[in-house]
Design a protein around this ligand. Structure first.
Ligand SMILES: [Zn+2]
Length: 519
C-alpha cells in the first residue's frame, strides 16, 4: 500500500469492544473513536461512516462487520481504519476474508494506529498472525515457557518432576539421585529381571519400602511404570520422544533390556496387553468441558479362544455442576477423525515447493538490500576512521589540547558504534521472519504424511501444534479449530474457484490452498 492516500479512497472507521476477557485491556469504544478520528485527520483519511460493534470477534458472524464487508465488496469504500487488527478479526474466517479482499484489491488500505501494515508477503503474513487469537509467533507467555522447556530438553534435562529414586534439586535446577530410594529401585530391577516375580510381587516390594501407599491396581501401575521407564538408564521420554539425558543412570542399560525381555516373554501378561492411551489429555468434552481420558477394555472371544484389548476414550465427568451423558468412542475411530481434521490444514507439496522457492527469492532480495545498506554504512565508518586519525594527528601535533581531544574522540567513537550496531541489527532482523516461515511451510507440507501415517506420537505432537487446546469431543465427533497460522490453510471461502497460481504471494498462497476440495 502506498503511504500517500488518495482522498478519493473512502474509509470505514471500525471500532469494537466486547465483554470478552481478551478485550478487557482494550480501549473503550469512545476512546477508540476519539483516537481514530484524530489519526484519520492526521493521516488525511476521509471517513465515509463510523461503525461500532459490541460483539466478540472470536466467532464469525458479527452483523456490523459483515455489513461493512458487503459494502466494501459493493465499492462503497476501499479502506478500513481500526485501532488494531484484533479489532477486525479474532477468527480465521473473518481474517481470511479480509486478506482475500486485500489480495483481490477490493480493500486498498488497511490502517491501524497500533500496527504497521504493508501489502507485501511479509506484511500479510504478519497480519494473518495478528488476526489469530492464539498469537502464534508472538511473544506470549505460554510459547516462551514451551520454548524454555524445549531448550531444557535439548540440553538433556528432563523438564519435569523427577521419577522415584531421583530428586529435583531446586538449588542447581538439576535432577539428582535420591540416596535413600535409589537402592530400592535398583533392587526392584534386579529382582524382576530374574523372572521369578510377578508385577504384583513388585508392587508389594515397593509398598514394603514405603514407596506406594495406594490400592493394588495403582501399585502395579507404578511398578510397571518404573520398570519400563528409560529414565533409569539415562534417557528420558518427553512428548512421546526419547531424549538423551544428562542425569546419572540408576541401572545399566543391559539390566533394563533384560527387564523388557521379561515383559515380552510374558506375552499374555497384564503389562504386555496394556496399550498406550495416547490421546489422553488432547481433547476436552464438548458437553461439560472436562478432559477426555482413556480406558482399556478387554474382550475374550470363547469360540476362537482369542483375547483382544481395546482403548476407549471418554469424558472424565468430573464436573460437579453438571452431569455429563457423553458416550465412549473407540481409539481407532478417534484416530481416524483426528487424521481427517489434520488433513484439512495440510499444504500441497507442489505449493510448498513454490513457497519455499519464493522464500529463497525473498532471502536473496533481502541480502541484496542488506548489502547496499551495509556498503553505505561501511563508507561512513571509513570516513569516521579518517576523522579519528586526523584528530589524533592534530592532538599529536599539539594543535588541540588533551581535553578537547578526548571529548571529540568520544563523540566520534559513539557515532561509529551506532553505525556498527545498525549494520548488525539489520542483518539480524531483516530475514528474521524467513526461517520461522520456512519451518512452518515444511511442517505444513508434511501434515498429510503424518496424518495418514502410523506414528501416532508424531501425530499427537503435530495435532497439539495445530489445534492447541481447541480440540473437543462430543457425541463421538471430534472437533477443533486450527490455530494461526494453520487456520489460514482452511479458512478460504468454498465458493472460490481453484486455479493454479501464477502469482505466488506467500500469504495468499497459504490462503488459496484451503480452497482445494478437501479430500
Ligand atoms: Zn463431559
Amino acid at each position: 500500500m502506498n503511504s500517500i492516500i488518495n482522498p478519493s479512497h473512502p474509509f470505514f472507521l471500525y471500532a469494537r469492544k466486547s465483554t470478552d476477557v481478551e478485550d478487557m485491556q482494550i480501549l473503550s469504544i469512545e476512546s477508540q473513536l476519539a483516537e481514530l478520528r484524530e489519526y484519520a485527520a492526521r493521516e488525511n483519511i476521509s471517513i465515509v461512516e463510523e461503525l461500532v460493534e459490541k460483539q466478540s470477534a472470536k466467532i464469525p458472524g458479527r452483523p456490523v462487520f459483515n455489513g461493512m464487508i458487503d459494502r466494501i465488496e459493493k465499492g462503497e469504500a476501499s479502506g478500513i481504519v481500526s485501532w488494531h487488527p484484533d479489532r477486525l478479526a479474532r477468527n480465521s474466517v473473518d481474517g481470511g476474508r479480509l486478506i482475500y479482499l486485500v489480495d483481490t484489491g477490493a480493500i486498498k488500505f488497511l490502517k491501524f494506529p497500533q500496527f504497521w501494515f504493508e501489502s507485501t508477503p511479509q506484511g500479510k503474513f504478519m497480519l494473518t498472525i495478528a488476526f489469530g487469537q492464539s498469537k502464534y509467533f508472538v511473544d506470549s507467555l505460554a510459547e516462551n515457557t514451551r520454548r524454555g522447556l524445549r531448550q531444557k530438553v535439548r540440553r538433556g534435562e528432563f523438564p519435569s518432576k523427577a521419577p522415584p529414586g531421583y530428586l529435583n534439586d531446586s538449588r542447581t535446577k538439576t535432577i539428582v539421585i535420591d540416596k535413600r530410594r535409589a537402592p530400592i529401585i535398583k533392587e526392584l530391577y534386579e529382582k524382576f529381571a530374574t523372572g521369578r516375580y510377578t508385577l504384583y510381587d513388585m508392587a508389594v516390594f515397593l509398598s514394603q519400602h514405603g514407596m506406594t501407599t495406594s490400592g493394588g491396581k495403582i501399585m502395579r501401575d507404578k511398578a510397571s511404570w518404573i520398570l519400563s521407564n528409560p529414565f533409569y538408564y539415562g534417557h528420558f521420554r518427553y512428548t512421546g520422544e526419547i531424549h538423551e539425558g544428562t542425569h546419572e543412570p540408576l541401572v545399566p542399560k543391559k539390566l533394563f533390556d533384560a527387564v523388557q525381555e521379561i515383559w515380552k516373554k510374558r506375552s499374555h501378561s497384564w503389562h504386555e496387553e496394556r496399550p498406550v492411551k495416547l490421546y489422553t489429555g488432547l481433547f476436552r468434552c464438548g458437553e461439560c468441558g472436562m478432559m477426555i481420558t482413556a480406558e482399556v477394555k478387554k474382550k475374550f472371544y470363547p469360540t476362537t479362544n482369542h483375547r483382544a484389548t481395546y482403548v476407549y476414550y471418554r469424558c472424565t465427568k468430573k464436573s460437579k455442576d453438571r452431569k455429563c451423558f457423553q458416550p465412549f468412542i473407540r481409539e481407532e475411530e478417534l484416530d481416524r477423525q483426528l487424521s481427517n481434521m489434520m488433513q484439512t490444514v495440510s499444504l500441497r507439496q507442489d505449493w510448498a515447493a513454490k513457497m519455499l522457492e519464493k522464500l529463497d527469492g525473498e532471502k536473496a532480495d533481502a541480502a541484496h538490500t542488506c548489502q547496499a545498506f551495509v556498503a553505505e554504512k561501511q563508507k561512513e565508518i571509513i570516513i569516521l576512521n579518517g576523522k579519528l586519525q586526523r584528530l589524533l594527528d592534530s592532538y599529536l601535533d599539539q594543535d588541540i589540547d588533551r581535553d578537547d581531544y578526548r571529548t571529540r574522540k568520544a563523540t566520534l567513537l559513539s557515532e561509529k558504534k551506532t553505525l556498527e550496531e545498525s549494520v548488525t541489527r539489520l542483518q539480524q532482523t531483516q530475514t528474521a521472519w524467513l526461517e520461522p516461515m520456512r519451518a512452518w511451510v515444511k511442517e505444513a507440507s508434511g501434515v498429510d504424511e503424518i496424518a495418514r501415517g502410523e506414528d501416532k506420537n508424531a501425530k499427537k505432537v503435530l495435532a497439539l501444534k495445530i489445534f492447541g487446546s481447541n480440540l473437543t469431543l462430543s457425541h463421538k465427533i471430534a472437533r477443533g479449530d486450527a490455530r494461526e497460522p494453520w487456520a489460514a490453510l482452511c479458512a478460504a471461502p468454498t465458493s472460490r474457484k481453484m486455479e493454479p497460481l501464477v502469482r505466488i504471494e506467500l500469504t495468499s498462497t497459504v490462503y488459496d490452498t484451503a480452497a482445494l476440495p478437501l479430500s
